[in-house]
Design a protein around this ligand. Structure first.
Ligand code: NIG
Ligand code: FE
Length: 413
């Protein structure tokens, strides 16, 4: 990465503080002061009142009171995929259901087919385009999942695309790679789900580990996909190999995924549209980041997850896009702010924490990103305004003036 020296003066600096996820009512507490942020060789070296004079060798931005936030962390996406599925979207508008399309061999399985048939260079060009779009909306780190291969070669191909982007010194975002081989049951293993889980544990996870292709392991724990018992077996094996664990839980029905995430002290449990009361308590007790994906609920016409109740129960809540070609073909950070504040009753401060420090915690990077503090990477967003209230108020419109990655301006909003 090309790290740079940058000083931003006269900024309204707004950030959560800390090296771990903020839970419950602490999500509403932000540092909010005017002053300077200094970044030296890509890392934050000063946050505080404006000082007289400017050192040599730094690019200078006079913010004129504009808001400066930590770069957004989109902690749940499926950004490497072949094809698109616009027809399926229209079928759903006409009454078809997401799960019945999958059960007929479409949905995720049709993207699996397309991804198997797409070259590495095409997948990379497409994923890089998406990262540029995300960067313009203030994203500086994005999680990316495999899961559109469901065979050894294609799962590795997806992870290698993410690794190649991370090796590019001009990249606009860092990608945190997650192995999601258990995204659906491949047609080759239909009716032999346990054998497929064995294959993932004995063949795929060790390769992903050895080649440093994935940091986390995820599974779609859902009625008609993988059971709670299969999820427990895969995620426990992943934990024993040193992976962080994540789980697509209680997305379509209440299924016990939240309870399992709490039991395993998973890094995060995601979706949770139908999480039970006991599940919410288990997430709070287990210290699991509760990752909510309102754009998916919106596009699937499902009720939003109970974010307010989760925060009131003491959960650490993150917000993310779930960007993927099926259930949610949107990477819109602006729309997330609007939906979270309008329909899920987040305060603006809670939504900021959810998209910065708690997103960082959901990808195990809260010690290095997610807040504006000395020692962390200089990944920042400058808004086009002196108030953060524009984030939900500019409904679905971009409030970003520019995005800064390790001290370098990488995008303008
Ligand atoms: O998070 N539910 C499982 N996986 C994705 C959707 C993937 C797809 O439809 O391609 C999700 O919603
Ligand atoms: Fe997802």
């Amino acid at each position: 990465m090309k790290n740079a020296n940058l000083i931003i003066t006269g900024a309204r600096i707004i950030t959560p503080l800390g090296q771990t996820a903020r839970r419950g009512k602490d999500m509403n507490e932000l540092f909010d002061e005017c002053g300077t942020v200094e970044i030296t060789d890509g890392k934050i070296t000063y946050v505080g009142p404006d000082r007289p004079g400017l050192p040599e060798g730094y690019q200078v931005i006079h913010a004129n009171g504009k808001v400066v936030l930590p770069g957004f962390v989109d902690s749940h996406t499926h950004l490497v995929f072949g094809g698109f599925r616009p027809d399926e979207f229209i079928w759903r508008l006409n009454g078809d259901s997401y799960m019945s399309i999958l059960q007929r061999g479409g949905g995720i399985l049709s993207t699996v087919e397309a991804t198997r048939n797409t070259s590495v260079s095409e997948l990379r060009t497409k994923a890089e385009h998406f990262t540029s779009v995300m960067s313009r909306m203030g994203v500086t780190t994005v999680e990316g999942k495999s899961g559109y291969g469901l065979d050894c070669d294609t799962e590795l191909k997806q992870l290698e695309v993410m690794q190649a982007i991370n090796f590019d010194s001009d990249r606009k975002v860092d990608i945190v790679p997650t192995f999601l081989g258990a995204h659906a049951v491949p047609k080759e293993y239909k009716g032999r789900e346990d054998e497929y889980i064995d294959f993932l544990i004995t063949d795929m996870l060790p390769i992903a580990k050895e080649r440093m292709l994935a940091e986390n392991c995820d599974i779609f724990c859902e009625q008609g996909v993988f059971t709670v018992e299969q999820s427990r077996r895969l995620l426990q094996a992943a934990q024993s190999m040193g992976f962080g664990t994540k789980i697509h839980a209680d997305e379509m029905v209440s299924f016990g995924g939240a309870e399992l995430a709490g039991e395993l002290h998973a890094l995060s449990a995601d979706h949770l549209l139908h999480a039970s009361d006991a599940g919410i308590q288990a997430l709070a007790d287990g210290g699991v980041v509760t990752t909510l994906l309102p754009l998916t609920a919106f596009t699937l016409r499902e009720p939003y997850a109970r974010g307010r109740e989760m925060m009131d129960a003491g959960c650490a809540v993150a917000l993310a896009t779930d960007f993927n070609p099926g259930s949610c073909c949107s990477a819109s950070i602006p729309l997330i702010f609007a939906l979270a504040c309008i329909y899920m009753r987040f305060t603006v401060a809670e939504a900021i924490t959810a998209l910065t420090l708690n997103g960082a915690a959901a990808v195990n990077r809260a010690d290095s990103i997610g807040s504006i503090e000395v020692g962390k990477y200089g990944d920042l967003v400058i808004l086009d305004s002196a108030t953060p209230n524009v984030l939900p108020y500019y409904t679905g419109m971009n409030a970003v003036h520019c995005t800064i990655k390790r001290g370098r301006i990488v995008s303008r909003g």
